[in-house]
Design a protein around this ligand. Structure first.
Ligand code: KG4
Ligand code: ZN
Length: 369
């Protein structure tokens, strides 16, 4: 049965995401075309945070090795959680698969595989793609290649059980994708119709959080660590530290720059005593720039909807301040779908097209348009 004929009855999608340091596999059920409806059957994220913590950043070759180790157990867990494969002894299945390469996991009730092909870290992307190709060959399934940035956007159209937020009249919309690798403002006219309005000229917002956290010695990933420290201070005026710059905030474009902010923290940091204050100020500087530029784009393009996506969109303060400054529609993903996961890959895959698996390759610098 082709993908098209099955859509009215719903399709089951196996989604694989390995663009950065999390090994993610999910199974989702999707149906409907004008108002798609999604059900998350399983969502496994195997985080490598502990491994990369001591370096304060991600080492691609280390991340690749971990993906290679994790993919099979994560797949088995995802299939088990989805209940699409009834297996009683999962440990046995893993050992069998490892000891006998010819052994095949029985084909589950899956219609196609969605896999992230970029943007991201090249060796990590390839690990997920090769894994997907292997499964596709064994199970005779089509593969749909997915853009990671698009996935961060479209995950907004699902909630935990069924899609309830989805509304066609949300378009056009402005999407702000803020992650460890990207900061982009995108005009979204419809599913699959995007235009990048602006992006960072140097560090991404999440990268700035991570680098500042390293300077302050408060842990990795930096975003949640800085948010937690910032929440501890009640000092609203912050006279104890110098104000940080708000890079490019008044420029008449939609671009960003965050590397100067990190340098400013390096020079203005006055030691351990003022870590909380510095965290609050750097978080506020990033929030000020993101909100001002996004609302400017929304007004210039006369859109009523702003969509947030990417790891930094998990930031509570960012969400709160967006809500108070933007009176129209604001879509933000469920917290577990802000940071990398494969549910978002599956949803983007539903809107994508299958491609001959031999021609699917990683593109570390893939653009959404
Ligand atoms: O989207 P993501 O999981 O991976 C990439 O595609 O890069 O984003 C990870 C980034 C990290 O830089 C992390 O510090 C940041 O998201 N992040 C946050 C928060 N949670 C994660 N930044 C600010 N506040 C948070 N609560
Ligand atoms: Zn991401």
């Amino acid at each position: 049965m082709t993908k098209k004929t099955k859509i009215s009855n719903g399709v089951n999608i196996l989604a694989i995401e390995t663009s950065c340091d999390d090994t993610c596999i999910a199974v989702i059920e999707a149906k409907g075309q004008k108002r798609p409806c999604f059900k998350v059957l399983s969502n496994i994220v195997s985080s490598q945070t502990e491994i990369h913590k001591k370096w304060g950043g991600i080492y691609p070759s280390l991340a690749k090795r971990e993906h290679q180790r994790n993919l099979l157990p994560v797949l088995i867990q995802a299939l088990k959680q989805s209940k699409l494969l009834k297996i009683s002894n999962f440990k046995f299945l893993i050992s069998k698969q490892i000891s006998n390469p010819k052994f095949q996991i029985p084909k589950p009730n899956i219609d196609f595989i969605a896999v992230t092909i970029g943007p991201g870290l090249d060796p990590c992307l390839w690990t997920g793609i090769n894994f997907a190709k292997d499964l596709a060959k064994k199970w005779d399934l089509p593969i749909v290649p997915v853009n990671h940035i698009e996935a961060h956007i479209v995950v907004n159209f699902v909630d935990k059980v069924q899609s309830s937020k989805f509304k066609v009249q949300n378009f056009p919309a402005i999407a702000l994708v803020v992650s460890g690798g990207h900061t982009q403002l995108i005009l979204m006219r419809d599913f699959g119709k995007y235009k990048i309005l602006g992006e960072t000229r140097d560090d991404a917002a999440g990268e700035c959080f991570d680098k500042v956290a390293r300077i302050l010695g408060i842990g990795y990933p930096g975003g949640p660590a800085i948010a937690a420290q910032a929440a501890k201070t009640t000092n609203h005026k912050l006279q104890t530290i110098d104000k940080l710059p708000r890079p490019m905030i008044s420029q008449k474009n939609y671009d960003f720059s965050f590397s100067g902010l990190k340098t400013a923290v390096l020079y203005k940091h006055k030691g351990k005593k003022y870590v909380k204050e510095m965290c609050k100020e750097v978080q506020q500087a990033i929030i000020d720039v993101l909100i001002k530029k996004t609302i400017k784009a929304a007004k210039d393009y006369r859109v009523k909807t702003i969509i947030l996506g990417g790891g930094v969109s998990a930031n509570k303060e960012l969400r709160k301040q967006f809500k108070s400054k933007w009176e129209h529609n604001l879509l933000a993903p469920l917290k577990e779908f802000s940071t990398d996961n494969a549910v978002m890959t599956g949803i983007a895959g539903y809107f994508g097209k299958p491609k001959n698996w031999q021609r699917i390759k990683a593109d570390a610098n893939l653009r959404i348009c």
